[in-house]
Design a protein around this ligand. Sequence first.
Ligand SMILES: [Zn+2]
Ligand SMILES: [Zn+2]
Length: 243
Amino acid sequence: MSLKWHHLLFPHRCLFCGSPVTASERICEMCMEALPIIGAPVCFFCGISKADCACREKRHFYDAIIAPFYYEGAVAKGIRLMKFAGRTENAEYFGEAISVCASHYYSEIAFDCVCFVPESEDVLKERGYNQSRLLAESVSRHLNVPCGELLKKLYTTKPQRTLSAAERQGNVLGVFETNPEEITAGKKILLIDDIKTTGATLDECAKSLLIAGADRVFCAVAAVSPMRASQNEETAEETLTAK
Ligand SMILES: [Zn+2]
Ligand SMILES: [Zn+2]
């Protein structure tokens, strides 16, 4: 690859920590080594390694959820940059990682459509983009499945991260509706979001899609919060005694 003038002004930087990398690398060696990859076998009910899972196979409206990474360390930083600092190029990296994961775990499923967790008009105006849509568009290209805007978010809700597990479900209840300009009925859908914590948002989206006649809904996200005592009161005791 030839060295262009803008490479001297803007040398390549790690997507996660910003340290210099060669033109062919997207993330630095340190971040690469510390990638919090979710190891197989995974629990499809909660999306994390079975070894770490304490979800007791809690059922959701979606059929399964998978993710390449835990939401921690460099990956958490990379996602925050994508979401809050306009680093939309990170969506391509995470989109590719989701695609690899989906091709592996969902290899038997012939998806009709990729869709994404929508944002409200207000948030879109303020942020200028929906990172989940960028991820879904990347996944759509990699898997060669069309991407559709199947869902709309009716109003702005409090950020889920500011709420307790118990409050999260109520916060998103009834906030999504299907887009009348798209066909949802009869489709096998791959629903994309950036992060999954309790799964309340994905569940509410899946419910709306199923009400509109979707055949099945499978989820894939860039990262899943590792199950921790503070994030899941129900399993706190179990998690603590298991460690
Ligand atoms: Zn790095
Ligand atoms: Zn589980």
